[in-house]
Design a protein around this ligand. Structure first.
Ligand code: NI
Length: 171
């Protein structure tokens, strides 16, 4: 496994729509493993392939606390097939927008269909932080970011700040 570099805002690749993977082959398995290592190292509870510059529908998640055993979830072609009616508010961060947290209200329960690391079709009903994280990562696959939940003014301010940080310092 190797650690990958995480793409940050305002890199335009983060706005791309990711394409499904045809099958979970050795390349996809290696991508999943590398993404998991990158996510644990960051640390974060979720990561989408587009965040390491790969526009494929692959996400990894682990919402276990430090006291719990790791509970890695590796998903290819995740598809949310059901959303609950009750809502959950969570202050979400994103490894591609470090230092920015956005309070977002999303359905508290989701059912997701995906293909696992062994190529098996699976369905998972999730709630709590995992439900939030799944929706956050699937948003990434469609080019959507947490700052899109903010007003345009606030979003533009954040993007400007990141653009400024990237510019080389002039002397
Ligand atoms: Ni994110």
């Amino acid at each position: 496994m190797s650690k990958l570099e995480i793409v940050k805002v305002p890199d335009p690749i983060l706005r791309e729509t990711s394409a499904p993977v045809d099958s979970v082959d050795a390349d996809v398995r290696r991508l999943m493993d590398d993404m998991l290592e990158t996510m644990y190292d960051a640390p974060g509870v979720g990561l989408a392939a587009i965040q390491v510059g790969v526009p494929r529908r692959v996400i990894v998640l682990d919402v276990a606390t430090d006291e719990e055993e790791p509970q890695p979830l590796l998903m290819a072609n995740p598809e949310i097939v059901q959303l609950g009616e009750t809502l959950r508010t969570h202050e979400e961060g994103c490894l591609s927008i470090p230092g920015v947290n956005v309070e977002i209200e999303r359905p508290a329960e989701v059912t997701v269909r995906y293909v696992d690391r062994d190529g098996a079709a699976r369905e998972l009903a999730a709630d709590g932080l995992l439900a939030t994280a799944i929706q956050h990562e699937v948003d990434h696959l469609d080019g959507k970011l947490i700052i899109d939940f903010l007003s345009r003014l606030k979003r533009d301010m954040i993007i400007r700040r990141f653009k400024k940080q990237q510019r080389p310092a002039s002397v």
